[in-house]
Design a protein around this ligand. Structure first.
Ligand SMILES: [Zn+2]
Length: 111
């Protein structure tokens, strides 16, 4: 029965959300970036340039604006599971939305 499968899946999704939100949930992405400094005579401004890094960087939105923060390797490792939790939560929310829409549509159709 479709309704039973849907409510069972919903229960599993909510249980996973409950588990995920017991630990930090952080939006954004981690990447590696090479940078130039302000030093005029530095190798990062030579021809050809030898850039600093690569350093781990965290990019995320603050009030609709993209913010990029350079992290230590240790900070990046601390952040990694929180970013993964955020991605997974978004997937679960999308799935809940899809289930709810399907429920709504099938209830309308069976009237
Ligand atoms: Zn430099």
């Amino acid at each position: 029965m479709l309704v039973t499968v849907t409510s069972e899946r919903r229960r599993v999704i909510l249980a996973e959300m409950n588990r995920l939100t017991r630990r930090p949930v952080v939006a954004g992405t981690l990447s590696q970036r090479s940078t130039r400094c302000a030093g005029a005579g530095c190798h990062c401004r030579a021809d050809p340039p030898v850039l600093h890094g690569p350093y781990p960087t965290w990019s995320h939105q603050v009030n609709g604006r993209q913010v990029t923060t350079t992290l230590s390797a240790e900070e990046a490792e601390q952040l990694r599971p929180a970013l993964a939790a955020h991605r997974r939560l978004r997937e679960l929310v999308k799935e809940l939305e899809a289930l709810s829409s399907a429920d709504f549509e099938s209830r309308r159709a069976s009237k």
